[in-house]
Design a protein around this ligand. Structure first.
Ligand code: NAD
Ligand code: DAU
Length: 373
């Protein structure tokens, strides 16, 4: 079967990746979407059941660090585009095990870049019609001050903001955690491949995503699950840290727009203009779970447990994504109140998904589904 484009999406079995894969498989039947993922603890093929038998979808279990294997796959599938999401993504894990983060995030990205370079440069048309799109994080910019701890109103958003400063595309990199240092390093490699070899690259830096299929080590799914099970909710430090939250499907939409219409060598910041102190978002999550479970208001507030702070915990992230809005017309579509209700409802309605993840059963799915294919 011949396709108009052959695109590798790395990390497509993870949280954001599965939303991007599903969007592209549904919206572009003329594209072949190749999900390349080595199924670490964070990869879950059950996230992709809806589309796993589509004619324009292929799953390949492979490690992005396996340079020889990637080099063989590119001509085999005549790959002309990458949307690169595969990474180790959890800050707390990076504090305990930084080597894994350097291996996957830095060496893995470099392995993809070098394989793409060798393949694309071997073709008569070279880099014409090709694209290497790297998904990164706002954490590379470091941390912003909390100049207004009570929050103030803003012309951009219905929600409060907690300082006068925002991360812009021009903000100097200043990563603090091993995770953000590894992502920063990978971003630099991607840009270096443009500057040195003229590879058509794009980098985007996005704020905190929330929504269905997020691994329950991250704040929102962890807390929803703990509330459901009446387990303590471990709030790091005083719960004063601020994050900018974006619904995951809005991020996937931004990735679609940027992959197709973004400028080569550009960087775009993607954010929700939706700043929340952790303790406030935790209270919203508690209220929503209690409401949907039929508990009286305030029922689960007693689960809040303040614990030792994360080492090097960045105080505030806030993204300025006006550039993306001006240039490509993208903006978040979902109000936070609607997004969080949808998210909580999804986790409560999909307890089997959550139980499979927390029990580890989801890791058998690959063996059962793909072993004999
Ligand atoms: P995730 O941890 O949920 O998923 C990562 C996926 O990558 C998993 O499917 C895993 O199996 C795969 N993977 C890991 N190592 C691999 C390797 N060596 N080879 C092949 N596949 C491998 O991550 P996520 O939250 O979906 O994040 C996706 C990307 O978006 C990451 O690059 C992350 O840095 C970035 N990002 C995430 C957020 C967020 O809030 N989650 C925000 C901004 C940017
Ligand atoms: O900003 C984008 C980043 O957002 C992504 O690049 C990362 O991949 C993603 O994991 C996320 O990083 P955070 O560290 O902000 O997300 P996390 O869900 O781990 O934590 C959100 C905030 O909640 C953070 O300030 C730490 C705090 N927290 C987290 C957990 C898991 C708690 O207070 N208690 C917890 O148990």
């Amino acid at each position: 079967m011949s396709f108009k484009r052959n695109i590798i999406i790395t990390g497509g079995a993870g949280f954001i990746g599965c939303h991007v894969v599903k969007l592209f498989v549904d919206k572009y039947p003329e594209y072949h979407i190749i999900n390349l993922d080595n199924l670490t603890y964070a990869g879950n093929l059950a996230n992709l059941r809806d589309i796993e038998n589509r004619a324009n979808y292929t799953f390949i279990k492979a490690d992005i660090c396996d340079f020889d294997r990637i080099c063989k796959l590119l001509p085999e599938y005549r790959v002309d585009g990458f949307i690169h999401l595969a990474a180790e993504s959890h800050v707390d894990r990076s504090i305990k095990d930084p080597f894994t983060f350097a291996r996957t995030n830095v060496m893995g990205t470099l392995s993809l870049l070098q394989a793409a370079k060798l393949y694309w440069e071997s073709l008569p048309e070279g880099y014409e019609g090709k694209r290497f799109y790297h998904i990164s994080t706002d954490e590379v910019y470091g941390a912003l001050e909390l100049t207004c701890p009570e929050g103030m109103s803003s012309e951009f958003t219905a929600h409060k903001i907690y300082g006068d400063d925002f991360f812009k595309e021009t903000t100097k990199y200043n990563p603090h955690s091993p995770y953000s240092a590894s992502k920063a390093s990978s971003d630099h490699f991607v840009r270096a491949f443009h500057d040195t070899y003229k590879m058509p690259t794009i980098v985007t830096n996005c704020s905190n995503n929330y929504g269905p299929y997020q691994f329950p080590e991250k704040l929102i799914p962890l807390f929803i699950n703990n509330i459901r099970q009446r387990k303590p909710l471990p709030v790091y430090g005083k719960g004063e840290n601020v994050r900018d939250w974006l619904y995951v499907e809005d991020h996937a939409r931004a990735i679609d727009v940027i992959f197709h219409n973004g400028k080569i060598a550009a960087t775009y910041n993607i954010g929700g203009f939706n700043e929340w102190k952790n303790i406030d978002i935790i209270k919203v999550v508690i209220k929503t779970v209690d409401k949907l479970l039929g508990n009286p208001e305030g029922h689960s507030l007693d689960l809040i447990t303040y614990v030792t702070d994360r080492k090097g915990h960045d105080l505030r992230y806030a993204i300025d994504s006006t550039n993306l809005k001006k240039e490509l017309g993208w903006e978040p579509s979902l109000q936070f109140e609607e997004g969080i209700e949808k998210t909580v409802k999804w986790y409560l309605d999909n307890q089997e998904w959550m139980d499979n993840v927390t029990s580890g059963d989801y890791q058998r799915y690959y063996e059962e589904t793909y072993r004999n294919k």
